[in-house]
Design a protein around this ligand. Structure first.
Ligand SMILES: CC(C)(COP(=O)(O)OP(=O)(O)OC[C@H]1O[C@@H](n2cnc3c(N)ncnc32)[C@H](O)[C@@H]1OP(=O)(O)O)[C@@H](O)C(=O)NCCC(=O)NCCS
Length: 220
């Protein structure tokens, strides 16, 4: 396990960072069970992921909060969710279909499943976090998330995410998240771990066990 790197400088991303950050997302998410499920063909995956993560990042910059590092090697896309997100618009769906082409049904299904099982309790949603493959395992992701968690802790605000593989789940457990009921993507698709991180002593949303010790603060 990498120690959180104290030398990582974190700042808010802007639209000027779009070009360097799209490849960070597309390359970091290129491998893994969800990528294999979404787009088995690697050439198609490369092309679609570039368009899809351009859409994802622009949406995050317009409607959420995006953190990056000074060297633009990492990105985290957060959405404050004081109340449930409004349903996706026809315009959003058209943009998703334009970006993902014949793979749109799987992307649409994935997003619909995430929406249905999304907690209703107020929280911030970590929609995406990615570190450039060359920089992974050096504490950058931990530093990036610790910074935002600190702000959430100061406000007593919980957070939620969907972990796409078992190794990431371990990272999030170390950062104070706990498991809810996992999702299984059809048919015989990968498991997605739904995870919640809340203030010490506070109840989680339905389906999440009460917080145990060690508390989120002490586990960082
Ligand atoms: C997950 C991720 C953001 C973590 O950032 P990081 O800087 O590599 O993580 P840190 O160095 O702070 O911590 C390392 C821990 O991250 C987790 N991790 C997950 N995927 C990893 C990877 N490909 N390389 C290194 N660590 C990874 C592990 O728990 C690891 O601990 P371990 O080495 O004991 O197994 C980054 O590895 C990444 O971008 N992975 C691919 C994209 C992804 O899966 N995003 C999250 C979707 S839920």
């Amino acid at each position: 396990m990498a120690a959180p790197s104290s030398s990582v400088t974190i700042r808010c991303a802007t639209s000027a960072d779009t070009d360097p950050l799209v490849p960070v997302l597309a390359e970091a998410f290129f491998d893994g069970p969800v990528a294999d499920w979404l787009i088995p063909d690697h050439d198609d995956r490369r092309a679609v992921y570039h368009r899809y993560f351009t859409l994802v990042l622009r949406h995050g910059l317009d409607h959420g909060h995006v953190d990056t590092t000074a060297d633009l090697s990492a990105v985290a896309i957060w959405y404050p969710r004081p109340e449930p997100a409004p349903p996706s618009t026809a315009e959003n769906q058209a943009a998703l279909e334009a970006a993902t082409g014949r793979y749109a049904p799987k992307f649409t299904l994935l997003e619909a499943m995430f929406d249905v099982f999304h907690p209703r309790k107020p929280h911030h949603h970590l929609a995406y976090v990615a570190v450039s493959p060359a920089k992974q395992g050096q504490g950058v992701g931990t530093a990036l998330l610790n910074r935002y968690h600190q702000l959430l802790d100061e406000r007593g605000m919980p957070s939620y995410l969907e972990a796409s593989n078992a190794r990431n789940r371990e990272l999030y457990l170390r950062l104070g998240y706990r498991d809810g009921e996992p999702l299984r993507l059809p048919v015989k698709g990968p498991t997605i771990w739904r995870m919640w991180r809340g203030p010490v002593g506070a109840d989680g949303p339905p389906g999440f066990p009460a917080a145990e010790t060690p508390s989120p603060r002490r586990s960082q």
